[in-house]
Each structure stands twice: as structure tokens, then as C-alpha cells.
Write a protein that binds this ligand. Structure first.
Ligand code: NAG
Ligand code: NAG
Length: 308
């Protein structure tokens, strides 16, 4: 026997499904570029991945796949970024094989920046540790590399008991320690510990209030970055407006034209305010549909009530 309910029930289910899924579907943001990576606000020229930030900074800077760590990647490895200063165009990395006063380790690898990358070593102090033979013969292309005016840091770092991990005795002789100025890096901008015959190294961003206390030094390696001419002239003005509207500056290959990636996963060539208005419009349309849908369900229920 034919019953009107066999038509009415699928209709009701359809409306209920529409009501529960439509707003969720429209509001779900899935932006290709994120505004945060771990603790960092992501701003131009840095980006969380391909298509984000400036094309010159990818793939050197990217957010890890779990979104928790911003990494600098060069031909020698990947290094966690521990701080960013957009105003001074610098960032600090913390290479995992670097030593510090509490934890020293032999570093088998070299550390270098890529020639084509926009990064250069900034004003941190490199200290080579446990060098053998002693530093008086540490040369790079025939020139001595250790900076005698900074040798006073060696007795300090050598008071750290962790030096024994580098095969040194407690309070070792400072002729195995070399304060190495980044300006003296080789043509590949590379710290080559094997060539220098040093077991480990550390890098100091700041000596703190008590320069003789290596426990209070701030360890890390400062890198400076530069914006290319194209980056600063063509992109920056539109990018600023994009960031102010909550978007992320990005680029579209192959011509790498500017795009503003908005929170809701939509790209614009201007900023996200325009799009947000569009979103409000579509949201209210959705709620209107829902409102009509509810009315429809109510009507059907009343109809069913009357019919039975
Ligand atoms: C928006 O731009 C980003 C970055 O270029 C890209 O990855 C993403 O696919 C774009 N999204 C859309 C919907 O075009
Ligand atoms: C010292 O190095 C270890 C190993 O890389 C790290 O876990 C620790 O946080 C560092 N300590 C300081 C004070 O930088």
C-alpha cells in the first residue's frame, strides 16, 4: 500500500542533513598558508609552506608538517628557528648538534647556508671547541681565523663541566678553543668542523649581564635576511594591506604573482576585507535557507499531524 510517509520521511531527512551540514561546510577554514607556526606569527617574507610568504624564502623556511616547528633548511640540514625579528630582518636558529654550557657534544657535520638563499650569518659569536692541533694553526685558505680580541671568552666557556663530553679534561687549556668570527667563513658560507679539526662548537647570541658566566649566555645562531628588489617594491604595499586584514601574503607559481590567502581558504589579489563581506553574505543566505528549511519541516510535521 502506498503511504504519503514514504515520500515525507526522505524529505525530512534531507532537510535535517542540510541544516546540520551547510553552516559547518561554509565556515570550515582550510587556508593553504597559516598565520602561525608554533609560537611564531608568520609574516612576509616568511611563510609556512609552498605558495606562502616570498618565493625566495621557500623552501629554506617552512613549518613542520605537524605545524609546531618553524625550520630553516639548507644543504647541510634542518634547524629549528627559535626567534624571529621582523623589524631587524633577523632570525635565530638552534642547530641540534650545537653545544652549550649545560650540554656539550661532538658535531660531526658541517653547517652552511645556501648560496642562493636570502640568508647570511648575522652578528653571533662562534666558538670552536676542542680543536686539535691547537688553534695557533687553525687556518682557512692560509689565514688564521681565530679572533685574538675575543679569546677572553675561552676561559669562561671552558669552566663548564660539560667540556668532558668533548674529550677534554675539566678546566682544559684554552689553546684548543677558538673564537671564530662569521665574517671569516669560507666561500661557501660554511662552518666546516672536519676541515678545522674541532670536535664541537657553540654560538652565542648574547653574553647577558655577566659575560664571565657562560650559564647565562644566550645560545643560538643569528641569521640576517634580505628582501630582493622585486620583493620590496612590488609586493610589500599589497602585502601590508593583506596582513592587516588577517590574511597571509603568498604567491602563485609559475609567475609568482602576489596573492592574499584569507582565513577561509579563499585567495584574493587585494585583501581579506572584501572577501569577508562576501562570506557574511553567503552565511546569512545559509541561515535564511535554514530558516526556510525549518519552516518547511514544521509545515510537513503539521501536515502529518493533520493527515493522521
Ligand atoms: C591559494 O593560494 C595558495 C598559495 O599560493 C595555494 O596553495 C592555494 O591552492 C590557493 N587556493 C585556492 C583556493 O586557489
Ligand atoms: C643546550 O643544548 C641542549 C641540546 O641541544 C638543549 O636541549 C638545551 O635546551 C640547551 N640549553 C640551553 C640553555 O640553550
Amino acid at each position: 500500500m502506498y503511504s504519503p510517509l514514504s515520500f515525507i520521511f526522505p524529505t525530512i531527512i534531507y532537510y535535517i542533513l542540510m541544516i546540520s551540514f551547510a553552516p559547518w561546510y561554509i565556515l570550515a577554514p582550510n587556508p593553504a598558508c597559516r598565520t602561525k607556526c608554533g609560537p611564531f606569527e608568520m609574516k612576509y617574507p616568511l611563510g609556512t609552506g609552498y605558495g606562502c610568504g616570498s618565493p625566495r624564502f621557500h623552501p629554506f623556511v617552512a613549518c613542520s608538517s605537524d605545524g609546531n616547528q618553524l625550520l630553516l633548511t639548507t644543504h647541510t640540514g634542518s634547524y629549528p628557528i627559535t626567534s624571529i625579528s621582523y623589524s631587524s630582518s633577523t632570525l635565530t636558529i638552534s642547530p641540534p648538534c650545537m653545544s652549550n654550557c649545560t650540554f656539550m657534544q661532538t658535531s660531526p657535520a658541517n653547517l652552511g647556508l645556501d648560496w642562493a638563499s636570502p640568508f647570511q650569518f648575522g652578528p653571533s659569536i662562534f666558538i670552536l671547541l676542542s680543536c686539535n692541533p691547537s688553534i695557533s694553526s687553525l687556518t682557512m685558505k692560509g689565514t688564521l681565523i681565530c679572533d685574538p680580541s675575543s679569546t677572553y671568552l675561552c676561559p669562561s666557556i671552558y669552566t663548564c663541566p660539560a667540556v668532558v663530553a668533548l674529550g677534554l679534561p675539566l678546566f682544559p687549556s684554552i689553546n684548543t678553543c677558538c673564537v671564530y668570527s662569521p665574517a671569516n667563513l669560507d666561500s661557501n658560507d660554511e662552518l666546516n668542523l672536519q676541515e678545522l679539526k674541532c670536535a664541537g662548537y657553540t654560538s652565542v647570541v648574547s653574553l647577558g649581564d655577566v659575560p664571565s658566566d657562560p650559564m647565562q649566555w644566550q645560545y643560538g645562531m643569528v641569521l640576517k635576511y634580505t628582501l630582493g628588489g622585486l620583493d620590496s617594491y612590488n609586493i610589500a604595499p599589497s602585502c601590508h594591506a593583506c596582513e592587516l586584514s588577517g590574511g597571509v601574503c603568498g604567491y602563485v607559481p609559475p609567475r609568482n604573482s602576489f596573492v592574499c590567502v584569507c582565513e577561509n581558504g579563499v585567495n584574493t589579489t587585494t585583501d581579506c576585507y572584501n572577501y569577508l563581506q562576501g562570506q557574511w553574505l553567503s552565511m546569512s543566505t545559509t541561515y535564511q535557507v535554514n530558516w526556510k528549511a525549518w519552516l518547511g519541516v514544521l509545515a510537513i510535521l503539521i501536515f502529518c499531524g493533520i493527515a493522521s
